[in-house]
Every structure is written in structure tokens, then in C-alpha cells.
Design a protein around this ligand. Structure first.
Ligand code: N01
Length: 543
């Protein structure tokens, strides 16, 4: 049983059915496929990875048939693409829509998972594979008075599936992460007035989106192998690697010219202009300063520019957004920026937002662009209960741990795609997803070929991996953004543990390959012949 019909769930279903010949199905909360791209329909929603890299590479036919229209794909285009893939691969017949999982309980006697949905659908499955995404449990700040507000309140990650008319409306947006930075310029174009409530100023680099010309697809098809090879070798799963040069060792004129050129090209590649930006704080400060100098030039009012300057974290230590006219938007007369770190949000009332100093902001619509309970939130909402009635919530009370980001001790025959401890959110997601799904599929093949009836991470291997994840992060500047969702710091009460694996997808892939080649060290593999012995032991342990 797979949970979630986004990029990962769809490919996993295809692999289980076509490569392993298993009976497999997906439970999906929405009434369509798409995952992230089904839910995140906010104005301006678009992917920050480039189109031809943000798609499945396992099928030459899919790659050659689908044509992307822009450098960065819009939400609606990605959703169409995933629907196209679901149809091409004939996946829908095994997807149960409108089924939100609220309980998944391991039955030790029967050695299977008992999965229940909010609508009462129940199913037993030998394997449970979660494909619920890293950024799918919305983080909605609890602001008093929300129920009194007479206008509409939306969260970008749960955007309505009907058109929201913003014209002639006063809109308030809370949050300036990747989502807010994409949405704010588009909302400002449509709304009568926009007020942006900013807690932390953010770095952003121009996306430089553009339509793809007529010859792009034909050229791309000829070069598919090259693109794939490049992404496989790279740290982030994007088709580039930082050249072997350090910013700190590069003469001033030369580094400025490199950064200027990268700024004009735009996109996530900017941060990879040098290899030491996330390791050396002096190098980082130079690049951070370069971006600040751009903000000061782009924003006409010096007071507003000052408010927009990111000063409390090094560039790239929070997920760096890319934008289209973000800073320029604050030059519009119809857009206001308020620093809610200085002047906090006190409450909502019938007509808008009240700030601590008594300021009242009128609003017809309030939009939370406040992000997600990342990496662990969606898993914890599923009511997962493993061996000996241990809940996942209890197992992760001090922070989420999963061996290779894929398997949790005490939760047999359960695999997590892009779980905590995987490189996932630090990479071009489809590349991580394809790797995980291929790896899980190969492991299940091994498990079945070797008559293994239970598989799970060993406790020690899981702990060592979690320590390694933290050590790797600590060798970079990443933990310096101490309010980042990478650390779980955006959700009140969440344990602060750095969750994604920062050594790079290339290194992670090599590690997983070694585990596979050596017969899966770090995993507890219980053969069928020992089934009764293990059952007896489990009974003794629980009694
Ligand atoms: O969420 P975020 P996001 N009062 O957590 C603020 C991916 N993504 O949805 O920084 C006031 O980054 C919060 O302030 P602070 C991408 O991986 C991908 O923007 O915590 N403000 C911050 O400004 C990204 O990183 C694409 O001080 C509050 C903002 O809300 C991830 O999704 C596109 C607040 C939240 O920023 C999440 O991005 C878009 C409060 N109580 C997103 N609580 C692609 O292109 C929070 N904030 C694939």
C-alpha cells in the first residue's frame, strides 16, 4: 500500500506493479493525482527547478513525448504532466482517491499493516510505503481572532480549487519564504492593495523565466543522456556542479564579474558559482553582500529597502527562493511592507489584522504563506503505530530519525520516500524520488527472492545515520539559520533537529549503493524460516 499520488507515489506504484508484479495500490487524500502540485495552486505557483530536469527520467517515451513550455514550469503545467504520466502508465485503476489515511497499524501476528482512512476504508498490506511529500502538512500560525474575521483566509498549500478573485480586494500576505516570494508579485498585480507582513527578510535571486523556443525540445531529446549523467553526478540533482574555485580566493573584480554574470542568468545555479559558499562564512558574506547591494538598487525607497535586507542568516542556509520582480514589487504605490518582528501581529478582527502597536490593517483576504510542518509533519498525521504499539510520534519525540531517510526501527516493512535523513529537500526532488523508488523496489525484490518476511532498520544503524546527518550539517553553514524549517524551528514545540542529509545526492546515492551491494547492512532482515521463532520472541517481549 502506497500513501500519496504525487511524483513519488505514482512512480512507486508503476515499479511495484511492472517490475515486481505485486498487487499494489495508492490511497490519496485528494480527488486527483499530483501531490504538492495538486494542493499548491496559489497565484504564481511554479517550480524553481528547470522544466526539463523536473520530470521523470526512467521512461524515454515520457521524456520524448512531453513538451515543456517555459524554463520553469507553472503549477498547472506540472499537474497536467503528472496526469499525462498517470494515464500513459495506466495508474488510475489502482488509485483510491479521497482517502485520507488516519491510521496505519502494524499487526505483529499477521506481519502486515492495517491501514484505515477517514472515510472508513480499511486495507491490509504486507508493505507500507509513504509517499506523502516533505512539504505537505500546512503550518498555520494560531492567531487569535481568526474566527471573527469576516473576509476569507487561505493557506497557500491548501489553496481553493476554484478561482479566487483578488481584483478590487485588499489582501494581506503573511510570510516571505519561497512561496510568498513567488506569490507576492502576482497578487500585487491583481489586488487593489497588498500588505506584506514580513517576519524575516529573505535572500532571493532572479529566476529569469522565459518561454522555451521551438527548437528546445528537439535539442533536448538528442541530449537526454548528457542531462541525466550531469544530474546524477551533481550534489543537488540539478544539471550543474560548482566549479572547483573558492570565492574567498578569487580576486574582487573577477568574483564580482562571475556573480554578476550568474545573476543575469538567474535561478538556483547562482549559489553554485563557487564551491565554498555554504562552507566558508567569509565567502558567504561576500555573496550575501552582493545580493544586498542588488536589493538596495532595486528598491527605490531606502527605508523599504532597509527593511528587506536579510541580515540574520547567511545566504543559502534557508532554502533560497528565486523570483520574478519580487523586490521591484515594493516600488508599487499599492504595496506596503510591514516588519512584524518589530511590530508583531496581535490578532485578527472582523476587518483585518491588528498589530502590537495598535496599527490596524484592513483586509478582505488574508493569505498565510507560512510554510509547512516539514519532513515529519505529514507522516505524524497518519497515525502510524509500529511494533509493540509504539507510535511514530513517540519514536520521534526527540526529533525524527530514519536510516538513510528510508526506514525506521520498530516499523517493519515500512519505507519512507524522501523521509527525514534523506537529501530530498536540498535537491531537485524528482531526482531524489527516482533514486529512492528504484532503491526500495530493488530491496523488495531482494527481500522476496530471499524469503524475508520482515525488514526494518536496525536501531544502532538508524541512530548512527541520524548522528551522521547532524555531523554533515554541522560541517556547513546550514544550521546558522536557526529559525529555518530544515531544523523544524518554524513549528512551535517541534524538536530542533537538522532533518535533511546535506552531503549531497551523489554521496548519498553512493552510500545506498554500497548498502545494496553488501546485502543491506544496517537492516534487520528476518527470514521466513525464522517467522515462528521471531513471533515467539515478540510475544515474550510484549508480555
Ligand atoms: O514556507 P517557509 P514556504 N508570523 O517556511 C513566515 C518549497 N517550495 O511555503 O522566516 C509571521 O519557507 C516565515 O517567517 P520566518 C521550498 O522548499 C518550493 O515559503 O520563519 N510570519 C517565512 O517568511 C520552500 O523552502 C517551490 O521568520 C510567519 C514564511 O512564513 C518550502 O516549500 C515553491 C509566521 C514561511 O516560509 C517552504 O516554503 C515554493 C508567523 N507566525 C515553495 N510563521 C518550488 O519551486 C511563519 N512565517 C518547487
Amino acid at each position: 500500500m502506497i500513501v500519496g499520488a504525487g511524483f513519488s507515489g505514482l512512480y512507486q506504484l508503476h515499479c511495484l506493479r511492472e517490475r515486481l508484479g505485486l498487487t499494489a495500490a495508492i490511497l490519496e487524500a485528494g480527488d486527483g493525482v499530483g501531490g504538492t502540485w495538486y494542493w499548491n495552486r496559489y497565484p504564481g505557483a511554479r517550480c524553481d527547478s528547470e522544466s526539463h530536469t523536473y520530470c521523470y527520467y526512467f521512461s524515454r517515451e515520457l521524456l520524448e513525448t512531453w513538451r515543456w513550455s517555459e524554463r520553469y514550469p507553472r503549477q498547472a503545467e506540472i499537474l497536467r504532466y503528472l496526469n499525462f504520466c498517470a494515464d500513459k502508465l495506466d495508474l488510475r485503476r489502482d488509485i483510491h482517491f479521497k482517502q485520507r489515511v488516519n491510521e496505519a497499524v502494524w499487526d505483529d501476528q499477521a506481519a502486515c499493516w492495517h491501514v484505515t482512512t477517514t472515510s472508513g476504508f480499511e486495507v491490509r498490506a504486507k508493505y507500507l510505503i509513504t509517499a506523502v511529500g516533505c512539504l505537505s502538512a500546512a503550518n498555520r500560525p494560531n492567531i487569535k481572532g481568526a474566527e471573527e474575521f469576516q473576509g476569507d483566509i487561505y493557506h497557500t498549500g491548501e489553496w481553493p480549487h476554484v478561482d479566487v478573485d483578488l481584483s478590487d480586494k485588499s489582501v494581506v500576505v503573511i510570510g516571505t519564504g519561497s512561496t510568498g516570494i513567488q506569490a507576492i508579485p502576482v497578487i500585487a498585480d491583481e489586488a487593489r492593495h497588498l500588505t506584506v507582513l514580513q517576519r524575516t527578510p529573505n535572500f532571493t535571486v532572479p529566476a529569469r523565466n522565459a518561454p522555451l523556443d521551438a527548437g528546445f525540445h528537439a535539442k533536448f531529446v538528442k541530449e537526454i543522456d548528457g542531462w541525466q549523467c550531469c544530474m546524477t553526478k551533481s550534489r543537488h540533482g540539478h544539471p550543474w556542479t560548482a566549479p572547483p574555485r573558492k570565492l574567498i580566493d578569487t580576486p574582487k573584480d573577477e568574483r564580482n564579474s562571475i556573480m554578476e554574470k550568474a545573476w543575469q542568468v538567474g535561478g538556483l545555479r547562482f549559489r553554485e558559482s563557487f564551491e565554498d559558499v555554504l562552507i566558508d562564512s567569509q565567502s558567504n558574506e561576500i555573496m550575501s553582500d552582493f545580493i544586498r547591494s542588488k536589493i538596495v538598487k532595486l528598491v527605490k525607497d531606502p527605508e523599504v529597502a532597509e527593511k528587506l535586507l536579510p541580515l540574520d542568516h547567511p545566504f543559502g542556509t534557508k532554502r533560497p527562493p528565486i523570483d520574478t520582480d519580487y523586490f521591484e514589487t515594493f516600488n508599487k504605490k499599492t504595496v506596503d511592507l510591514i516588519d512584524v518582528r518589530q511590530n508583531q501581529i496581535d490578532c485578527f478582527d472582523t476587518h483585518g489584522v491588528c498589530l502590537a502597536d495598535g496599527t490596524h490593517i484592513n483586509a478582505d483576504i488574508i493569505i498565510f504563506a507560512t510554510g509547512f510542518d516539514a519532513m515529519s509533519g505529514a507522516l505524524l498525521k497518519m497515525g502510524i503505530v509500529g511494533r509493540d504499539s509504539q507510535t511514530l510520534a513517540k519514536a520521534w519525540q526527540d526529533g525524527p530519525k530514519a536510516y538513510l531517510g528510508l526506514s525506521v526501527h520498530g516499523f517493519p516493512n515500512m519505507f519512507i520516500i524522501t523521509g527525514p535523513g534523506s537529501p530530498s529537500v536540498l535537491t531537485n526532488m524528482p531526482r531524489s524520488i527516482e533514486h529512492h523508488v528504484d532503491w526500495i523496489t530493488a530491496m523488495l525484490k531482494y527481500v522476496m527472492a530471499n524469503d524475508i518476511f520482515e525488514v526494518e532498520a536496525e536501531c544502532q544503524a538508524m541512530r548512527l545515520w541520524a548522528d551522521h546527518v547532524i555531523d554533515v550539517a554541522n560541517a556547513t553553514l546550514l544550521p546558522r539559520a536557526n529559525h529555518s524549517w530544515y531544523l523544524g524551528a518554524n513549528v512551535p514545540g517541534k524538536p530542533r533537529v537538522f532533518m535533511p542529509y546535506a552531503a549531497g545526492l551523489d554521496k548519498y546515492r553512493a552510500h545506498c549503493q554500497r548498502v545494496e551491494a553488501n546485502g543491506y547492512p544496517g537492516f534487520q532482515l528476518v527470514p521466513g524460516s525464522r517467522k515462528s521463532e521471531v513471533e515467539k520472541l515478540n510475544t515474550q517481549t510484549s508480555s
